[in-house]
Ligand binder design. Structure first.
Ligand code: GUN
Ligand code: FE
Length: 430
């Protein structure tokens, strides 16, 4: 159904500022693309289109979470340990349960449904080592309508016996899943997923790197998250210069590789990330929850590193990208106060960019999604923004930057009215 919407609209610009239409008119064709967006009344121009007046609402682009773990959602908000004991005590026992297909399916349904309810229209997601569970995750993402990049986890060493794979089987199952799903409907993609250097042999990592490169799949892993983890990697790979060097030698870095965290990387390591154009998934909520540290976001941005935001559920306790934007700002303030007075914190507009267009750009989806512009898909979130305002939109604080800032700090699932992907309504609250 082709539609013209009238609403306050806020969309990010490539220079990390925001563009506001107040009110804006957005024409969406029946193939789900934005045909036109402007402040002029398009109601008469697009005859035959349904006219939907959302004057009391705000439309923003769908949010993009570039790092999360589907099976871990069940224990979000629980966990009192740092990374390695947290994996042993919480993550691995839970991930074992995904050998059961019913559990895997029920969890996937809840996970994608809750992502959409939180306004996340693009997700990059880890499942478990189980091929069936990853296949089921793709099936449920397909049904939910979400844009998703999904991978079966690979791990063949230093893991509990029940999660340790045979290397060859791990590789073969990865190939089968990737061939089946990568590029489906131009909405579902495969991401090769060696969990981290601790749990993957060099042989496994090298072979996965080759597979990804040959077929242009995404790659994702974890890098330099926790001091204990870094020490462990040093012991496992004594001939390597650094943690980042391990991945570079294994052939895993590049413009389609997403490395989560990268908190404690030294100068040489960030040089490698810059040179290879590797993507960093910044997960500030998780970084505090697991006491991993504070990533120098401003420094990395100034260095030109490619960065998106990730919830890292359940290292992070929430699927809300509003929460993640807030934590990105707060962590960058903390970094200025306690680590380096010369680094400026990021602004709400910059956080908004990272959670939308920035995420789309690093994933190479910027022609499809991430901002509201002619020719892109109508991936959008309708927000009841006045609910975030103590004075219900009637007070003095209604500049676009103020509306956005309040939404980041005070918004969440409760302030979302509807969510659309490719113009199709995927969530509607009462
Ligand atoms: N490093 C290896 N596996 C994981 C995981 O599941 N979560 C986080 N936060 N870090 C990891
Ligand atoms: Fe993670």
């Amino acid at each position: 159904m082709s539609t013209v919407y009238k609403s306050l609209i806020i969309s990010p610009n490539p220079d990390k500022s925001i563009k506001t239409y107040n009110p804006g008119y957005m024409a969406i064709s029946d193939n789900g693309k934005i045909e036109e967006i402007r402040e002029e009344n398009l109601h008469n121009k697009y005859k035959g289109y349904e006219f939907v007046d959302l004057s009391n609402y705000l439309i923003i682009p769908g949010l993009i979470d570039i790092h999360n773990h589907l099976p871990q959602y069940a224990f979000a908000g629980i966990g009192d340990k740092e990374l390695l004991p947290w994996l042993e005590n919480y993550t691995f026992p839970r991930e074992k349960t995904f050998e059961n297909k019913e559990i895997a399916r029920e969890s996937a349904k809840i996970f994608f449904s809750d992502l959409l309810k939180n306004g996340t229209t693009t997700s990059v997601t880890y499942v478990t080592i189980h091929k069936n569970a990853a296949d089921i995750a793709f099936q449920e993402a397909e049904k939910a309508g979400i844009r998703a990049v999904i991978g079966k986890v690979n791990m063949d060493q230093n893991s509990p016996e029940f999660l340790t794979e045979n290397t060859e089987k791990s590789i073969n199952e990865t190939k089968e899943l990737a061939e089946k799903w990568h590029g489906k409907e131009n909405r579902l993609f495969y991401v090769v997923t060696p969990r981290f250097a601790v749990s993957c042999s060099l042989d496994l990592m090298q072979e996965l790197g080759k597979i990804a490169q040959k077929s242009d799949y995404f790659i994702q892993s974890h890098l330099s998250e926790n001091r204990g983890e870094i020490d462990f990697v040093k012991k496992l790979f004594p001939e390597s210069q650094s943690y980042t060097d391990v991945y570079e030698k294994a052939g895993l870095l590049g413009p389609k590789t997403i490395m989560a965290h990268c908190i404690h990387c030294n100068e040489e390591e960030t040089e490698i990330l810059a040179k290879t154009r590797t993507i960093i998934a910044h997960c500030p909520t998780s970084n505090r929850f697991l006491k991993s540290g504070i990533m120098p976001l401003r420094k990395y941005l100034e260095k030109g590193l490619r960065i998106g935001l990730g919830t890292d559920v359940a290292g992070g306790y929430s699927l809300s990208m509003f929460n993640e934007m807030k934590e990105a700002i707060e962590n960058s303030k903390y970094y200025q106060v306690f680590v380096d007075k010369k680094t400026e914190p990021i602004t709400p507009a910059e956080a908004f960019y990272l959670a939308t267009l920035g995420g789309a750009e690093v994933l190479g989806f910027e022609n499809e999604t991430g901002s509201l512009e002619k020719g892109k898909n109508a991936d959008l979130v309708v927000v009841d923004y006045k609910k975030t305002d103590p004075e219900n939109g009637e007070g003095l604080y209604n500049e676009p930057e103020q509306i956005l800032s309040r939404l980041i700090y005070r918004g969440g699932e409760q302030s979302i009215k509807e969510v659309y992907i490719k113009g199709q309504k995927v969530v509607k609250f009462a």
